[in-house]
Ligand binder design. Structure first.
Ligand code: NAI
Length: 740
């Protein structure tokens, strides 16, 4: 076996801006390091630079092996440069880009000398595809090292050989799992799957990579292949087994996407085609389908959401120049209920010391147990170590007194949705906490100004509206009043981001943005119940539009008691436009609470698993009268077709969203779209309510609203801003180029 050759620098050249090369005694170390960016991205500059390296290697006989690594801390390659996707005007443009990359990686794969990928940090999308064309892959054993093909999340398929090389390397089942979910694979798992050949400590990555490159060159090392496990081999090895895998994958995708996303289905077909027709034809098909997917409306909307969330990460929610946010190290959470415990579980995962306060030890204990459950799930899934689990639990301290409040940076109130209770606790708390601490309420409905009114330090008060379950839902809605101090806003925004949330900042009003538009949507569904529409018909119609759950199931999920309180506040604030349905009101008054109480519009088993519609709910809805009593409509309603159900719910929501923009509750359509998609499950492939108006056309939406307004006065009066936009043929976003 050849030992490592001395790593003296023989030559050093600036091959191109995107990378550096260094010939270490015959092993050419290529360090990817695109200037002016914190990450490496697959784009034309990187491609061209790599092409030159490959040509150089072919000419330069002093090079007998290549190592590709990254010069960025904790990033190998973050994926493709998404900006370039906007330049694709026709399918052929995207197809050409795919072919350019494929040709390059084919050259790399067929290089005269062995190429080793030395991976530390995120290795995503095109970055992973690049390493698949290398002859040996080493990654570091490090939490930041993750490998993934997240293209489907942008409505695409891997476009530079990923659909072909991955199944050949790790088997169809594992490859489809990665391609169809885009999920991150950590180092250890990558090694088990055979996605990488070796895993090493970061300190010796380059040394080992260089050694392996040398060993591959002198043939003392032959990479082992086929780390797909027994079941994988049995299934993948024969066409019948593969047919089962494809069929299962298709069923899985359809179950999850309800057929709304073309990319995952297309990816299955491309993998299948390539494995039965060979690599060359497979690559050809991959490029063609990549081109087709890149121009689908679904991909355009997902790319828009990518830009929107990226832009939000830089937005502190106050006019520039923004003050420096205060570091939040210690938080007091008031109320150890469902939300208080949820917030605590996320806070302790981000090194925050939490004082969790409730009225008695039983509630505190229940809250801490809920925190433990969330962390335990992470431990069971091996996402955290036992040590981390214990360290996190230590950060959560329960109390029934206000002990330990003297040095908190932030208070998050999550007591009952009752302004008197909120005032009671916050009036005590504001006397105890430091003068510059931020006072946040997690209320979902009550105007923040009304909460601030009962307090002395009104400039410290804002809303931090988390969504349930807190550890899963990605959105945080920060609500500010005209009195909220700028430094309080930026502190809440920056802390929310630290917790991993996508943060939108909105102005104050009943229900802020998200609860307000959700109420409009839910109320309309409730009215259709009154009119005699079946519970599951309503839910299925909205699932068909692309919501993850239907509105009636959502009522059960949120909790009918919670929904009832929200409904009352909204009705009080907005009058007839926001009046909940009569039937829903009766179900709430009956004491049913939805899934948590195992009784709502649907049946639930002891574990809270949803069954079918509960027929007795109809007795409550129709006040004991099983003949559906039409109400609300001007004329009798005889059956409502799916498109009307969808229009009534969705347009009520869209119109309310536009009104929020018009009134200045929303600062931008972008915030409105991100809030609806990430907080309420508005279908991502539709981009959000404002994108929906743009793609459908403001005049078309206005026309439909006008018709509904004629039938149901006071509920669908089109927002003035929409009328104006339809008249002047305006859009919320530019038709061309970067949307935000
Ligand atoms: P919950 O009923 O589960 O928890 C409330 C907790 O506050 C209870 O443990 C109660 O004992 C405690 N509490 C009451 N008075 C207290 C006091 N004076 N001092 C300390 N603790 C006290 O309610 P949940 O669902 O957690 O809601 C809390 C807040 O979060 C409400 O304002 C609600 O509107 C809001 N919210 C709820 C969401 C949900 O999906 N449940 C979503 C977003 C916000």
């Amino acid at each position: 076996m050849t030992s490592t050759r001395p790593s003296s620098v023989v030559s050093h050249s600036e091959t191109a801006e995107a990378l550096r090369t260094e010939n270490r005694a015959g092993v050419l170390v290529v360090t990817l390091d695109q200037p002016g960016d914190a990450v490496n991205k697959v784009d034309r500059t990187l491609g061209t630079a790599l092409e030159r390296v490959i040509e150089q290697v072919d000419r330069d006989r002093s090079v007998y092996a290549v190592v590709i690594t990254s010069g960025k801390p904790d990033i190998f390659i973050a994926g493709a440069d998404i900006d370039q996707f906007l330049q694709f005007k026709v399918e052929q443009d995207a197809e050409n880009a795919s072919r350019f990359g494929q040709r390059l990686l084919n050259l790399l794969e067929r290089s005269r000398v062995p190429v080793v990928a030395a991976i530390h940090g995120a290795c995503l999308g095109g970055g992973l595809e690049l390493t698949l064309a290398c002859h040996y892959r080493i990654c570091t054993e490090h939490p930041k090292t993750v490998l993934a093909l997240p293209e489907v999340q942008l409505g695409l398929i891997p476009g530079i050989g990923g659909t072909q090389r991955l199944p050949r390397l790790i088997g169809v089942r594992n490859a489809l799992d990665m391609i169809l979910t885009g999920k991150n694979i950590r180092a250890k798992k990558a090694l088990q799957m055979g996605l990488v050949d070796e895993m090493v400590h970061p300190a010796i990555l380059l040394e080992i990579a260089t050694r392996r490159a040398t060993e591959l060159a002198d043939r003392s090392l032959k990479p082992k292949r086929g780390g797909r496990g027994l079941a994988g081999v049995a299934l993948d090895g024969n066409p019948l087994g593969r047919a089962v895998v494809y069929r299962k994958a298709r069923v899985g995708v359809l179950e999850k996407t309800h057929g709304h996303y073309p990319a995952p289905l297309a990816a299955i077909e491309v993998v299948k085609y390539g494995l039965s027709h060979g690599m060359e034809k497979g690559l050809n098909e991959e490029a063609r389908v990549f081109g087709r997917m890149a121009l689908t409306p679904e991909s355009r909307e997902l790319v828009f959401l990518f830009f929107a969330t990226t832009a939000l990460k830089k937005d502190m929610g106050v006019p520039e120049p923004a003050p420096t946010p205060k570091t939040v190290e210690k938080v007091a959470v008031l109320g150890a209920g469902f939300m208080g415990a949820g917030i605590t579980s996320v806070a302790v995962q981000h090194e925050t010391l939490v004082r969790l306060k409730d009225t008695d030890m039983a509630h505190v204990g229940k809250g801490l147990a809920a925190v433990r459950e969330v962390l335990k799930e992470r431990l069971d899934r091996k996402q955290i170590t036992r040590q981390q689990f214990e360290d996190m639990m230590v950060l959560a301290g329960g109390t029934t007194q206000y002990t330990g409040f003297g040095n908190v940076d932030l208070v998050i109130e999550a007591v009952f949705e009752d302004i008197a209770v909120k005032h009671n606790v916050l009036q005590v708390v504001e006397q105890l906490i430091p003068g510059d601490a931020v006072i946040a309420s997690n209320t979902s409905t009550i105007p923040i100004a009304a909460i601030a009114k009962g307090l002395q330090r009104r400039d410290r008060v804002l809303g931090m509206h988390f969504f349930s379950p807190v550890h899963k839902m990605p959105l945080l809605e920060v609500t500010v009043t005209p009195q909220t101090a700028r430094d309080a806003t930026v502190t809440a925004v920056s802390y929310g981001r630290k917790l991993g949330k996508t943060v939108i900042v909105v102005n104050d009003g009943p229900g802020f943005y998200t609860t307000r538009i959700l109420s409009a949507y839910m109320n309309e569904a409730g009215r259709m119940l009154d009119e005699g529409v079946q519970i599951d018909t309503l839910d299925e119609a909205l699932l068909g539009f692309g919501f993850p759950v239907g509105p009636i199931t959502l009522m059960d999920e949120v909790g009918l008691d919670v929904g009832g309180k929200v409904g009352a506040v909204m009705a009080e604030s907005f009058g007839k436009r926001m009046m909940p349905g009569e039937g829903v009101r009766r179900v709430v008054e009956s004491g049913r609470t939805g899934r948590k109480g195992r009784s709502g519009f649907y049946r639930y088993d002891e574990d809270g698993k949803k069954g079918g519609v509960d027929p007795t709910a109809y007795d409550l809805i129709h006040g004991g009268d099983r003949r559906a009593v039409p109400s609300g409509a001007l004329g009798p309603v005889v059956g409502i077709d799916t498109s009307e159900i969808v229009d009534r719910c969705v347009l009520a929501m869209v119109n309310e969203a536009i009104q929020c923009l018009e009134e200045g509750i929303l600062r931008s359509p972008r915030d409105g779209d991100v809030g609806a998609v990430f907080g309420l499950g508005f279908p991502p492939f539709r981009g959000g309510p404002f994108r929906y108006v743009d793609t459908t056309g403001a005049d078309e939406i206005l026309g439909r609203l006008d018709t509904l307004d004629g039938r149901f006065p006071e509920r669908f009066k089109p927002a003035a801003l929409l009328v104006e936009m339809a008249r002047s043929h305006k859009r919320f976003y530019p038709a061309e180029g970067r949307p935000v």
